[in-house]
Design a protein around this ligand. Structure first.
Ligand code: SAM
Length: 228
């Protein structure tokens, strides 16, 4: 028998200061050293003009699920916005973290941690499609370069959250960005913390109108984009 092609590789981590998960494979932290939740709100929510654009059945998609912090922050904003249908959140992840590692990371963000338990319980049971009254979470396991082309849905807003383009170039390539565009609803948007020139050019050739805006904390710039 050959090696199973659907063998799942899990995340390999070290912990900086006992609290910040750092990927050994990519030699990069999962989020900003300063304040991950504030960074998420600035880059991914505000960068997609959220929560202002929330409407029933809004669909967010993400490259790089990691600790789930972006999903839980989105869910906090969704609930606070008064929406009554579930938020759709689809994320693509090649190296899933264990539930205890996610729980440990989220402890730094009490607001997110407070709503995470039911999802982490499902995650620990191996469920990657998790439905509650306020969230339909679908975490698609595998290399996004393989799984995104096969995805049959579209998103209203995208979070591009791979590790840094220098360390994780496979998550920022032209073909994948073209696939992001193909899976974006009309007038859909995208945000990412990076302002790397090759990423912005890739997004432009995929059909996005790209804008460089103010980054979070010490990062001077980030990128937002809209698909007309
Ligand atoms: C910066 S972290 C994401 C942080 C996450 N959004 C959060 O809220 O914690 C980048 C993620 O991309 C994942 N990743 C890296 N290469 C990938 C690939 N080719 N396909 C899918 N996911 C990948 C990593 O395993 C990691 O979880």
């Amino acid at each position: 028998m050959t090696h199973s092609s659907n063998h799942i590789q899990t995340a390999e981590l070290t912990w900086r200061d006992g609290t910040l998960p750092v990927s050994t494979r990519f030699d990069d932290p999962y989020y900003s050293l300063e304040n991950g939740l504030a960074e998420t709100r600035h880059v991914f929510l505000a960068g997609n003009d959220l929560p202002a654009r929330f409407v029933p059945d809004f669909h967010i998609a993400e490259l790089g699920f990691g600790t789930g912090l972006n999903m839980f922050t989105s869910l906090l904003e969704w609930r606070a916005s008064g929406q009554t249908t579930p938020l759709h959140f689809t994320s693509f992840e090649a190296f899933p973290m264990s539930a205890p590692d996610m729980e440990k990371a989220l402890r730094s963000f009490p607001e997110a941690h407070a709503i995470a338990t039911p999802y982490l319980t499902e995650w620990a049971n191996g469920n990657r499609y998790i439905e509650t009254d306020s969230l339909i979470a679908n975490i698609i396991i595998g290399d996004a370069r393989v799984t995104l082309p096969e995805w049959t849905d579209t998103a209203n807003a995208w979070f591009l959250d791979g590790f840094s383009p220098a360390k994780n170039p496979e998550l920022w390539g032209d073909d994948l960005l073209a696939d992001v565009a193909r899976h974006t609803a009309q007038n859909g948007t995208l945000a990412t913390y990076t302002a790397a020139g090759f990423v912005r050019r890739g997004l432009a050739s995929a059909g996005f109108t790209v804008t460089r805006t103010t980054g979070f904390g010490r990062k001077r710039h980030m990128t937002t984009a809209v698909l007309a």
